[in-house]
Design a protein around this ligand. Structure first.
Ligand SMILES: Cc1ncc(COP(=O)(O)O)c(C=O)c1O
Length: 431
């Protein structure tokens, strides 16, 4: 039998979890807090479940310094469901704003209420047709998928691909175009309904080094970021974002939940979404209720049955980081993540005849370290992976769409694990 302690796992998600959390999980699955029933058996509406939810929110808020005017939501959508959720929710807010503006312009008209209503819809149709834009920065396969989902939901003509990394990198992902090249929808009243980017591209190993400057400012657009694979791995200025989301199954917990951090001003009573009737009149799709942020927020993430066990795991993982890093909060984890990534990249760079890191140096992900062995020779890469397994280093195979090697350096990968990988990289290169 292979023991857990003999293995270092670099899977990209599902990913390793702290052993101490899993040990505790195995006991609470059988009997939670001496109640005689397990955590997967208790009601999501019980006081125990509520406490788990609040603890998880508190730990995340502490780690990321989430301001009071942001809401934390737990959803079952996975990261992919949030590709759709941000579109449904933010387009609906954009439409309602435009409707209110047109209605105000028509308020002094002497026409009947019915005639005015019809005129609002008429004008709104034109505004949607001509002005609705969703900006996407396509820097890898996940932001590409998100942009394709937006096009599926609202129509391709409303999706503005403001940047596409493949255009500056010989048709492949692996870099981020300079901001001066981005073609963002101009700000102001006709600005985009949202600007979307994926902070860390898991498949291509590309991470935004910092928040884009062109998305800053007092009149900044509503920025939505997918942080599925670098959530809680570095400091984040939450105020710069309208929505941050991510699936839990990489840095936070097990598969089953997604977390969204949303600016409260995008929720009622400050922002109201367009009514489903109006959206239908405009031929815009109406999202499923389980992706509706106002509904999920109003019900404290318990609109329907939330997998509380998954929330418990996430809460335990995050509370562990709060305890470990104290006043440094997520900055403490950031230092460790950076150190581990540096150690691995330095070793890869030391042997350019053997290893080639895939993405450009300026955008290398600290989380998903993607490289080729001997120029991508498939037999040699197979042998590299087989050798790694013999050393207890698992989960290193690159994503099926791109091949090669990918070492995912998530929070639960220990410094010792990173060192064992470095030792193997050295050994292999010298053999
Ligand atoms: C960056 C990123 N976004 C979205 C997803 C999709 O997440 P899910 O499989 O939970 O839908 C993934 C999955 O690996 C991902 O890495």
């Amino acid at each position: 039998m292979v023991n857990r302690s003999d293995i270092h796992y670099f899977g990209a998600g599902p990913a390793p979890l702290p052993t101490a959390v899993l040990e505790k999980a195995s006991s609470v699955l059988l009997n939670y807090k001496d109640k005689g029933i397990g955590l997967c058996e208790i009601s999501h509406r019980s006081p125990e479940a509520n406490e788990i939810l609040e603890d998880a929110k508190k730990a995340l808020s502490t780690l990321l310094d989430i301001p009071e005017d942001y809401e934390v939501l737990f959803l079952q959508s996975g990261g992919t469901g949030e590709f759709s959720a941000v579109v449904y929710n933010l387009v609906s807010i954009w439409v309602e704003k435009k409707r209110a503006k047109i209605a105000a312009e028509l308020s002094s008209s002497s026409d009947s209420e019915e005639a005015k209503k019809a005129e609002v819809v008429n004008r709104l149709r034109k505004v949607v047709d001509e002005e609705l834009k969703l900006d996407y920065l396509v820097t890898g396969s996940w932001s590409l998928k998100a942009s394709q989902e937006a096009a599926r939901l609202v129509g391709a003509k409303h999706v503005n691909i403001a940047a596409d990394s493949r255009q500056v990198n010989n048709g492949k992902f692996g870099n981020i175009p300079a901001e001066s090249e981005w073609k963002l929808t101009p700000r102001g009243s006709g600005g985009p309904a949202l600007v979307y980017f994926c902070d860390n591209e898991t498949v291509d190993g590309v991470e935004f080094p910092a928040f884009p400057q062109s998305l800053e400012g007092d009149d900044a657009p509503l920025v939505c970021a997918d942080m599925s694979s670098n959530f809680i791995s570095r400091k984040v200025d939450v105020r710069k974002y309208a929505v941050i989301f991510g699936g839990a199954q990489k840095n936070i917990g097990n598969t089953g939940i997604a977390i969204a951090i949303i600016r409260k001003s995008l929720l009622p009573p400050i922002s109201t979404p367009a009514t489903p009737d109006l959206m239908r009149e405009l031929n815009l799709s109406v999202g499923p209720i389980v992706l509706d942020y106002p509904t999920i927020a109003k019900n404290n993430s318990l609109y329907n049955t939330l997998p509380i066990f998954d929330v418990w795991i996430a809460g335990q993982v995050m509370a562990g980081l709060v305890d470990t890093y104290g006043v440094k909060k997520i900055g403490g984890q950031e230092e460790i993540s950076n150190d581990k990534a540096r150690m691995i990249y330095d070793t890869l760079d030391k042997y350019p005849d053997v290893y080639r890191v895939v993405p450009d140096k300026s955008v290398r992900s600290r989380m998903n370290i993607c490289f080729r062995v001997h120029g991508g020779d498939s037999e040699k890469e197979k042998a590299f992976l087989a050798g790694a397994e013999k050393h207890g280093l698992l989960g290193l195979k690159g994503h099926r769409s791109v091949g090669g090697i990918r070492a995912s350096n998530y929070n639960a990968v220990s410094i010792e694990g990173a060192k064992c990988l470095v030792t193997y990289l050295e050994e292999y290169a010298k053999a």
